[in-house]
Design a protein around this ligand. Sequence first.
Ligand SMILES: Cc1ncc(COP(=O)(O)O)c(C=O)c1O
Length: 366
Amino acid sequence: MLPKSKDDFVGLTGVCHLATGGQPPLLKSHAKAYEQFSFDKTRGMAGYANHWAMGSVVKQQLASLTNLTAEDFALIGNASEGIARVVSSVDWRVGDNTVVADVDYASGRFSLARLASMGVENRVVSADDNFIKIEDLLAACDARTRLLYISHVNAHTGQRIDLKRLSESIDPNIVLLVDASHSLGVMPVDGNYCDFLVASTYKFLLGTHTGVLAWNQRRKKEFNPLSVGWHGGASGLAANDYNPVRGGQRAEIGNSNHLDVYMLRTSLDYLAAIPSDALESYVLDLAGKLRRGLQKLGLPLLTPESRNNRGPNVSFQHDNPATLVRRAAADKILLWGEAGRVRASVHVFVEEDDVDYFLDWMAKYL
Ligand SMILES: Cc1ncc(COP(=O)(O)O)c(C=O)c1O
Protein backbone atom coordinates (compact mmCIF):
# COMPACT_ATOMS: atom_id res chain seq x y z
CA MET A 1 0.00 0.00 0.00
CA LEU A 2 2.87 2.40 0.75
CA PRO A 3 4.68 4.02 -0.87
CA LYS A 4 2.05 5.31 -3.27
CA SER A 5 2.93 5.30 -6.94
CA LYS A 6 4.83 8.33 -8.17
CA ASP A 7 2.64 8.02 -11.22
CA ASP A 8 -0.28 9.41 -9.19
CA PHE A 9 1.54 12.76 -9.17
CA VAL A 10 2.44 15.33 -11.82
CA GLY A 11 6.07 15.19 -13.01
CA LEU A 12 7.34 12.88 -10.28
CA THR A 13 8.61 9.97 -12.33
CA GLY A 14 12.38 9.67 -11.94
CA VAL A 15 12.47 12.44 -9.34
CA CYS A 16 13.62 12.05 -5.74
CA HIS A 17 11.22 14.53 -4.17
CA LEU A 18 12.11 15.38 -0.56
CA ALA A 19 10.76 18.95 -0.60
CA THR A 20 7.23 18.58 0.76
CA GLY A 21 8.05 20.81 3.74
CA GLY A 22 8.22 23.56 1.12
CA GLN A 23 6.15 22.46 -1.86
CA PRO A 24 4.88 18.96 -2.68
CA PRO A 25 3.77 17.97 -6.18
CA LEU A 26 0.11 17.99 -7.18
CA LEU A 27 -1.88 14.89 -7.97
CA LYS A 28 -2.81 14.13 -11.56
CA SER A 29 -6.39 13.81 -10.31
CA HIS A 30 -6.34 17.51 -9.37
CA ALA A 31 -7.05 18.23 -13.06
CA LYS A 32 -10.54 16.78 -12.52
CA ALA A 33 -11.07 19.07 -9.52
CA TYR A 34 -10.28 22.04 -11.74
CA GLU A 35 -12.73 20.76 -14.37
CA GLN A 36 -15.45 20.34 -11.78
CA PHE A 37 -14.81 23.82 -10.42
CA SER A 38 -14.88 25.44 -13.86
CA PHE A 39 -18.08 23.59 -14.70
CA ASP A 40 -19.73 24.85 -11.50
CA LYS A 41 -18.32 28.36 -12.03
CA THR A 42 -20.30 28.80 -15.24
CA ARG A 43 -23.58 27.61 -13.72
CA GLY A 44 -24.72 30.77 -11.99
CA MET A 45 -26.40 30.47 -8.62
CA ALA A 46 -26.63 26.68 -8.64
CA GLY A 47 -22.92 26.35 -9.36
CA TYR A 48 -22.07 28.91 -6.70
CA ALA A 49 -24.10 26.93 -4.17
CA ASN A 50 -21.98 23.92 -5.16
CA HIS A 51 -18.85 25.87 -4.22
CA TRP A 52 -20.13 26.24 -0.66
CA ALA A 53 -21.33 22.64 -0.62
CA MET A 54 -17.78 21.59 -1.51
CA GLY A 55 -16.57 23.67 1.44
CA SER A 56 -18.89 21.73 3.72
CA VAL A 57 -17.53 18.42 2.42
CA VAL A 58 -13.96 19.56 3.01
CA LYS A 59 -14.77 20.74 6.54
CA GLN A 60 -16.21 17.30 7.24
CA GLN A 61 -13.02 15.67 5.93
CA LEU A 62 -10.89 17.98 8.08
CA ALA A 63 -13.06 17.20 11.09
CA SER A 64 -12.44 13.46 10.63
CA LEU A 65 -8.70 14.10 10.42
CA THR A 66 -8.57 16.12 13.64
CA ASN A 67 -11.34 14.80 15.94
CA LEU A 68 -13.01 18.20 15.68
CA THR A 69 -16.38 19.05 14.13
CA ALA A 70 -17.03 20.45 10.66
CA GLU A 71 -18.61 23.50 12.30
CA ASP A 72 -15.31 24.31 14.04
CA PHE A 73 -13.56 24.96 10.72
CA ALA A 74 -12.99 28.06 8.61
CA LEU A 75 -11.55 27.88 5.10
CA ILE A 76 -9.39 30.97 4.82
CA GLY A 77 -6.57 32.41 2.72
CA ASN A 78 -3.58 30.85 4.46
CA ALA A 79 -2.30 29.60 7.80
CA SER A 80 -0.72 32.95 8.67
CA GLU A 81 -4.09 34.64 8.23
CA GLY A 82 -5.49 32.13 10.72
CA ILE A 83 -2.81 33.03 13.24
CA ALA A 84 -3.55 36.73 12.78
CA ARG A 85 -7.30 36.14 13.19
CA VAL A 86 -6.83 34.33 16.48
CA VAL A 87 -4.37 36.92 17.80
CA SER A 88 -6.81 39.69 16.84
CA SER A 89 -9.60 38.00 18.80
CA VAL A 90 -7.98 38.48 22.20
CA ASP A 91 -9.05 41.52 24.20
CA TRP A 92 -5.47 42.65 24.91
CA ARG A 93 -4.68 44.73 27.99
CA VAL A 94 -1.48 46.61 28.79
CA GLY A 95 0.72 44.27 30.86
CA ASP A 96 -0.51 41.06 29.18
CA ASN A 97 2.05 38.73 27.67
CA THR A 98 2.37 35.98 25.08
CA VAL A 99 4.76 33.04 24.75
CA VAL A 100 6.53 31.59 21.70
CA ALA A 101 9.75 29.63 21.09
CA ASP A 102 12.64 31.42 19.36
CA VAL A 103 12.86 28.72 16.68
CA ASP A 104 9.15 28.77 15.88
CA TYR A 105 7.62 30.00 12.66
CA ALA A 106 7.87 33.68 11.67
CA SER A 107 4.11 34.26 11.26
CA GLY A 108 3.53 33.32 14.90
CA ARG A 109 6.51 35.27 16.21
CA PHE A 110 5.68 38.36 14.15
CA SER A 111 1.98 38.39 15.10
CA LEU A 112 2.94 38.34 18.76
CA ALA A 113 5.84 40.81 18.45
CA ARG A 114 3.41 43.22 16.75
CA LEU A 115 1.46 43.46 20.02
CA ALA A 116 4.29 45.43 21.66
CA SER A 117 2.64 48.65 20.51
CA MET A 118 -0.36 47.68 22.68
CA GLY A 119 1.79 47.17 25.76
CA VAL A 120 1.84 43.37 25.41
CA GLU A 121 5.15 41.62 26.08
CA ASN A 122 6.09 38.73 23.81
CA ARG A 123 8.15 36.24 25.82
CA VAL A 124 10.49 34.45 23.44
CA VAL A 125 11.66 31.17 24.94
CA SER A 126 15.10 29.98 23.84
CA ALA A 127 15.21 26.44 22.59
CA ASP A 128 17.82 24.28 24.31
CA ASP A 129 20.27 23.36 21.56
CA ASN A 130 17.38 23.75 19.07
CA PHE A 131 15.07 21.56 21.19
CA ILE A 132 11.93 23.24 22.54
CA LYS A 133 11.23 22.07 26.09
CA ILE A 134 7.59 22.12 27.13
CA GLU A 135 8.62 22.90 30.70
CA ASP A 136 10.45 26.04 29.49
CA LEU A 137 7.34 27.22 27.65
CA LEU A 138 5.22 26.62 30.74
CA ALA A 139 7.76 28.34 32.99
CA ALA A 140 7.51 31.47 30.82
CA CYS A 141 3.74 31.66 31.43
CA ASP A 142 2.22 33.53 34.35
CA ALA A 143 -1.12 34.98 35.39
CA ARG A 144 -0.92 37.63 32.64
CA THR A 145 -0.16 35.20 29.81
CA ARG A 146 -2.99 35.26 27.29
CA LEU A 147 -1.73 33.22 24.33
CA LEU A 148 0.91 30.64 23.41
CA TYR A 149 1.74 29.84 19.76
CA ILE A 150 3.45 26.56 18.92
CA SER A 151 4.02 24.53 15.76
CA HIS A 152 3.17 20.86 16.13
CA VAL A 153 6.14 20.00 13.93
CA ASN A 154 8.73 22.74 13.81
CA ALA A 155 9.47 24.04 10.30
CA HIS A 156 13.14 24.71 11.09
CA THR A 157 14.19 21.76 13.21
CA GLY A 158 11.59 19.08 12.52
CA GLN A 159 10.91 18.62 16.25
CA ARG A 160 7.40 17.35 17.04
CA ILE A 161 5.72 18.65 20.18
CA ASP A 162 3.70 16.44 22.52
CA LEU A 163 0.44 18.38 22.23
CA LYS A 164 -1.36 16.19 24.74
CA ARG A 165 1.20 16.98 27.42
CA LEU A 166 1.30 20.68 26.62
CA SER A 167 -2.48 21.08 26.49
CA GLU A 168 -2.96 19.16 29.74
CA SER A 169 -0.34 21.19 31.61
CA ILE A 170 -1.04 24.71 30.39
CA ASP A 171 -3.37 27.02 32.33
CA PRO A 172 -6.72 26.63 30.51
CA ASN A 173 -7.15 30.43 30.51
CA ILE A 174 -4.21 30.74 28.09
CA VAL A 175 -5.19 30.48 24.42
CA LEU A 176 -3.27 27.54 22.94
CA LEU A 177 -2.77 28.23 19.24
CA VAL A 178 -1.28 25.26 17.36
CA ASP A 179 0.14 25.38 13.85
CA ALA A 180 -0.08 21.96 12.20
CA SER A 181 1.27 23.00 8.79
CA HIS A 182 4.05 20.37 8.96
CA SER A 183 2.01 17.50 10.34
CA LEU A 184 -1.62 17.57 9.20
CA GLY A 185 -1.92 15.07 6.38
CA VAL A 186 0.72 12.58 7.50
CA MET A 187 0.67 12.56 11.32
CA PRO A 188 -2.27 12.31 13.72
CA VAL A 189 -3.29 15.79 14.86
CA ASP A 190 -5.80 15.74 17.69
CA GLY A 191 -7.67 19.06 17.74
CA ASN A 192 -8.83 18.30 21.28
CA TYR A 193 -5.36 19.30 22.41
CA CYS A 194 -5.63 22.88 21.20
CA ASP A 195 -7.93 25.86 21.44
CA PHE A 196 -7.23 26.90 17.86
CA LEU A 197 -5.59 24.96 15.07
CA VAL A 198 -4.21 26.44 11.87
CA ALA A 199 -2.58 24.73 8.91
CA SER A 200 -1.46 25.61 5.44
CA THR A 201 -2.93 23.23 2.90
CA TYR A 202 -0.18 23.23 0.29
CA LYS A 203 2.34 21.14 2.22
CA PHE A 204 1.58 17.78 3.84
CA LEU A 205 -2.11 18.06 2.97
CA LEU A 206 -1.04 17.97 -0.71
CA GLY A 207 -3.32 20.83 -1.74
CA THR A 208 -2.80 24.26 -3.28
CA HIS A 209 -2.23 27.55 -1.50
CA THR A 210 -4.96 28.18 0.98
CA GLY A 211 -5.37 27.70 4.73
CA VAL A 212 -7.58 26.24 7.42
CA LEU A 213 -8.43 27.44 10.90
CA ALA A 214 -10.34 25.49 13.53
CA TRP A 215 -11.86 26.83 16.70
CA ASN A 216 -12.23 24.08 19.28
CA GLN A 217 -15.47 25.36 20.78
CA ARG A 218 -15.48 22.73 23.53
CA ARG A 219 -12.19 24.03 24.99
CA LYS A 220 -12.51 27.75 24.27
CA LYS A 221 -15.94 29.31 24.58
CA GLU A 222 -15.16 32.68 22.98
CA PHE A 223 -13.82 33.67 19.58
CA ASN A 224 -14.40 37.16 18.28
CA PRO A 225 -11.90 37.96 15.52
CA LEU A 226 -11.50 41.66 14.80
CA SER A 227 -11.68 41.31 11.01
CA VAL A 228 -15.21 40.39 10.00
CA GLY A 229 -17.28 40.46 6.83
CA TRP A 230 -20.44 39.31 5.11
CA HIS A 231 -19.79 35.59 5.34
CA GLY A 232 -18.92 35.50 9.02
CA GLY A 233 -21.65 37.77 10.26
CA ALA A 234 -25.41 38.21 10.24
CA SER A 235 -27.31 41.50 10.26
CA GLY A 236 -29.52 42.61 13.10
CA LEU A 237 -32.36 45.10 13.04
CA ALA A 238 -30.13 48.16 12.69
CA ALA A 239 -27.64 48.74 9.86
CA ASN A 240 -24.95 49.05 12.50
CA ASP A 241 -25.61 45.57 13.96
CA TYR A 242 -23.21 42.70 13.51
CA ASN A 243 -23.79 39.22 14.90
CA PRO A 244 -21.15 36.54 14.45
CA VAL A 245 -22.40 33.34 12.84
CA ARG A 246 -21.88 30.03 14.62
CA GLY A 247 -18.55 28.24 14.75
CA GLY A 248 -15.37 28.77 12.78
CA GLN A 249 -17.27 30.31 9.86
CA ARG A 250 -17.16 33.64 11.68
CA ALA A 251 -13.47 33.79 10.64
CA GLU A 252 -14.43 33.50 6.95
CA ILE A 253 -14.62 37.18 6.05
CA GLY A 254 -15.81 36.64 2.49
CA ASN A 255 -15.61 33.90 -0.11
CA SER A 256 -13.30 30.99 0.52
CA ASN A 257 -10.76 30.32 -2.23
CA HIS A 258 -13.24 27.95 -3.83
CA LEU A 259 -10.94 26.55 -6.51
CA ASP A 260 -8.38 25.65 -3.83
CA VAL A 261 -11.15 24.05 -1.80
CA TYR A 262 -12.07 21.78 -4.74
CA MET A 263 -8.39 20.86 -5.04
CA LEU A 264 -8.18 20.18 -1.32
CA ARG A 265 -11.11 17.81 -1.48
CA THR A 266 -9.19 15.72 -4.03
CA SER A 267 -6.08 15.71 -1.81
CA LEU A 268 -8.06 14.75 1.28
CA ASP A 269 -9.85 11.94 -0.60
CA TYR A 270 -6.44 10.61 -1.66
CA LEU A 271 -5.03 10.74 1.87
CA ALA A 272 -8.20 9.30 3.42
CA ALA A 273 -7.78 6.14 1.34
CA ILE A 274 -4.57 5.36 3.28
CA PRO A 275 -5.03 4.02 6.84
CA SER A 276 -3.68 6.72 9.14
CA ASP A 277 -1.64 4.30 11.31
CA ALA A 278 0.13 2.90 8.26
CA LEU A 279 0.80 6.40 6.98
CA GLU A 280 2.25 7.60 10.27
CA SER A 281 4.48 4.50 10.64
CA TYR A 282 5.67 4.72 7.05
CA VAL A 283 6.63 8.38 7.39
CA LEU A 284 8.34 7.93 10.76
CA ASP A 285 10.23 4.81 9.62
CA LEU A 286 11.51 6.43 6.46
CA ALA A 287 12.33 9.74 8.17
CA GLY A 288 14.22 7.65 10.78
CA LYS A 289 16.25 5.96 8.04
CA LEU A 290 16.97 9.36 6.51
CA ARG A 291 18.05 10.77 9.84
CA ARG A 292 20.32 7.79 10.63
CA GLY A 293 21.96 8.09 7.22
CA LEU A 294 22.61 11.81 7.61
CA GLN A 295 23.94 11.26 11.12
CA LYS A 296 26.37 8.64 9.78
CA LEU A 297 27.65 11.25 7.36
CA GLY A 298 28.45 13.45 10.35
CA LEU A 299 25.98 16.22 9.49
CA PRO A 300 24.93 18.60 12.28
CA LEU A 301 21.35 17.45 12.68
CA LEU A 302 18.61 19.69 14.02
CA THR A 303 15.95 16.98 14.18
CA PRO A 304 15.69 14.95 17.39
CA GLU A 305 16.41 11.24 17.26
CA SER A 306 13.46 9.93 19.23
CA ARG A 307 10.49 8.77 17.15
CA ASN A 308 8.16 10.63 19.53
CA ASN A 309 9.92 13.93 18.97
CA ARG A 310 10.02 14.04 15.20
CA GLY A 311 7.69 13.99 12.21
CA PRO A 312 8.07 13.97 8.43
CA ASN A 313 11.01 16.43 8.24
CA VAL A 314 14.71 15.88 8.85
CA SER A 315 16.88 19.02 8.97
CA PHE A 316 20.57 19.71 9.29
CA GLN A 317 22.58 22.90 9.56
CA HIS A 318 24.51 23.98 6.50
CA ASP A 319 26.51 27.09 5.59
CA ASN A 320 25.33 27.25 2.03
CA PRO A 321 21.90 25.66 1.62
CA ALA A 322 21.17 27.43 -1.68
CA THR A 323 24.12 25.82 -3.47
CA LEU A 324 23.43 22.40 -2.00
CA VAL A 325 19.77 22.56 -3.04
CA ARG A 326 20.69 23.75 -6.56
CA ARG A 327 23.28 21.01 -7.09
CA ALA A 328 20.91 18.34 -5.76
CA ALA A 329 18.16 19.55 -8.09
CA ALA A 330 20.53 19.13 -11.04
CA ASP A 331 20.66 15.42 -10.07
CA LYS A 332 16.87 15.23 -9.67
CA ILE A 333 16.86 15.45 -5.90
CA LEU A 334 14.50 18.09 -4.54
CA LEU A 335 15.27 19.50 -1.09
CA TRP A 336 14.39 22.68 0.77
CA GLY A 337 17.12 24.92 2.16
CA GLU A 338 17.30 28.39 3.68
CA ALA A 339 18.23 30.17 6.90
CA GLY A 340 21.33 28.02 7.50
CA ARG A 341 19.63 24.66 7.24
CA VAL A 342 18.60 22.04 4.71
CA ARG A 343 15.37 20.09 5.15
CA ALA A 344 14.41 16.76 3.61
CA SER A 345 10.80 15.64 3.97
CA VAL A 346 9.03 12.32 3.59
CA HIS A 347 5.56 11.85 2.13
CA VAL A 348 3.60 8.95 0.68
CA PHE A 349 5.38 9.03 -2.67
CA VAL A 350 8.92 8.89 -1.24
CA GLU A 351 10.47 5.44 -1.69
CA GLU A 352 13.28 3.82 0.28
CA ASP A 353 15.34 3.95 -2.91
CA ASP A 354 14.91 7.73 -2.93
CA VAL A 355 16.38 7.94 0.55
CA ASP A 356 19.30 5.68 -0.45
CA TYR A 357 19.90 7.71 -3.61
CA PHE A 358 19.91 10.97 -1.66
CA LEU A 359 22.24 9.61 1.04
CA ASP A 360 24.70 8.31 -1.60
CA TRP A 361 24.56 11.66 -3.34
CA MET A 362 25.17 13.51 -0.05
CA ALA A 363 28.18 11.31 0.72
CA LYS A 364 29.72 12.35 -2.60
CA TYR A 365 28.77 15.98 -2.15
CA LEU A 366 30.49 16.30 1.20
C1 LIG B 1 4.72 26.35 10.50
C2 LIG B 1 4.30 27.15 9.31
N1 LIG B 1 3.19 27.88 9.40
C3 LIG B 1 2.76 28.63 8.36
C4 LIG B 1 3.47 28.66 7.18
C5 LIG B 1 3.03 29.55 6.07
O1 LIG B 1 1.88 29.09 5.53
P1 LIG B 1 0.88 30.11 4.86
O2 LIG B 1 1.57 30.69 3.69
O3 LIG B 1 -0.28 29.23 4.52
O4 LIG B 1 0.55 31.14 5.87
C6 LIG B 1 4.63 27.90 7.04
C7 LIG B 1 5.40 27.94 5.78
O5 LIG B 1 6.46 27.41 5.63
C8 LIG B 1 5.05 27.14 8.14
O6 LIG B 1 6.18 26.43 8.06
